[in-house]
Design a protein around this ligand. Structure first.
Ligand SMILES: *Cc1c(COP(=O)(O)O)cnc(C)c1O
Length: 385
């Protein structure tokens, strides 16, 4: 069989070919392989320069200063470092954290862990469009609110939170603002200064960089304090020790630069792909959750009433899709994101996320929609017959 058509860009993206080539050139003896922390020879300095170039590229992606970028192993670590690191470093700010019920598990599980340590967690419920309203944040705030942590783009719905407004709200308060931008970076324009965020998480593999690398933006003016979770050597100004993985970082850097230069072209292409895909579907077969023009067009979540998502996926080996986020797809429980939207269990279990990206062609998207429609016709015929 041919390779399935990949419609799971929200789970991960393939590395851009330019990125993979650059990474390969930073691994072997004939390449820039040295330890960036080696100060005693030219090869170390060259590696350090490569890392600092990547830092500039990633800073430019979000409008940050390069001294505000802390390399991590991905957005999971960045979220842990933001939440736990800031909690430990700011005991005076209070022990209350506001987040939403539809954050990524890397935020939700970290908040639950903090809850066991005595923090109070408010988990805001999204509206039916998958968004948190500014007024909900306002109402939840109290004098001991240490932090508000909200994602920019939801990874199962594509919905976009009013991050700019929340930043404005928190501007003159003693409350930190963390944004999980893993699903948004390289796709929507991000300016940490305009958004007035204090901490922002990034993951390279969501924007055509390698897996296993990410970054946390840590604001400098006014300075945001976080305590390290990983000790040893004092790398990254003491906030995250460990030998810097040059190949991973240059890969993330180039991916960031490509994403900036192709932001609009990618978005236009992805919108065309989504529309081509949907065009093949009989509207009587599906309902789109949290359907909103302001959503990131690369993620749609569709319910197929009367059809189990697992059955549909089995009937469609030619498509690579998932029912929800990759991290939860091993479980048979309905997606907690869809449940939080108020969906009944059965409809949630009939839902599939389709996500589109740079290397999908419009022909593939069209074909995928048609194949899906044929499978739905077959399944409806058997359930009725
Ligand atoms: C993928 C993702 C993460 C986790 O990122 P990793 O780099 O894979 O650890 C966190 N938050 C969101 C919204 C994501 O989509």
């Amino acid at each position: 069989m041919n390779n399935p058509i990949y419609l799971d860009y929200a789970a991960t993206t393939p590395a851009a070919p330019e990125v993979a080539a650059l990474m390969a050139a930073h691994l072997t003896l004939d390449g820039c392989f040295a330890n960036p922390a080696s100060r005693s020879h030219l090869l170390g300095w060259q590696a350090e320069q490569a890392v600092e170039k990547a830092r500039r590229q990633v800073a430019a992606l979000i409008g940050a200063d390069l001294r505000e970028i802390v390399w991590t192993s991905g957005a999971t670590e960045a979220n842990n470092l933001a939440l736990i690191g800031a909690a430990r470093a700011n005991p005076d700010k209070g022990r209350h954290i506001i987040t939403s019920a539809i954050e990524h598990k890397a935020v939700l599980d970290t908040c639950s862990w903090l809850e066991q340590q005595g923090y109070r967690i408010t988990r805001l419920q999204p509206d039916h469009q998958g968004r948190i309203q500014l007024s909900q944040v306002t109402e939840a705030l109290s004098d001991d609110t240490l932090m508000v942590s909200l994602m920019l783009v939801n990874n199962e719905l594509g919905s976009v939170n009013p991050v700019m407004e929340v930043g404005e709200l928190l501007r003159d308060r003693n409350t930190l603002f963390h944004v999980d931008a893993a699903q948004a970076a390289g796709k929507l324009p991000i300016d940490v200064k305009r958004m007035q965020v204090d901490l922002l998480s990034l993951s390279a593999h969501k924007f055509y960089g390698p897996k296993g690398v990410g970054a946390l933006y840590v604001r400098r003016e006014p300075a945001v304090h976080i305590e390290a979770l990983i000790h040893g050597g004092g790398h990254e100004r003491g906030m995250r020790s460990g030998t810097l993985p040059t190949h991973q970082l240059v890969g993330m850097g180039l991916a960031a630069e490509l994403a900036v230069s192709q932001l609009q072209a990618d978005r236009d292409h992805i919108t065309l792909c989504r529309d081509a895909f949907l065009k093949g579907l009989n509207p009587a077969f599906y309902h789109q959750h949290a359907d909103n023009d302001d959503n990131w067009p690369g993620i749609i979540n569709l319910a197929f009433p009367g059809i189990e998502a697992e059955t549909l996926i089995m009937a469609l080996p030619e498509l690579a899709v998932s029912t929800g986020s990759a991290c939860n797809s091993a479980s048979l429980d309905p997606s907690y994101v869809l449940t939080a939207l108020g969906l009944q269990r059965e409809l949630a279990l009939s839902s599939i996320r389709f996500s589109f990206g740079r290397y999908l062609t419009c022909e593939q998207a069209t074909q995928a929609g048609q194949r899906l429609n044929q499978a739905l016709e077959r399944l409806h015929a058997t359930t009725q017959g």
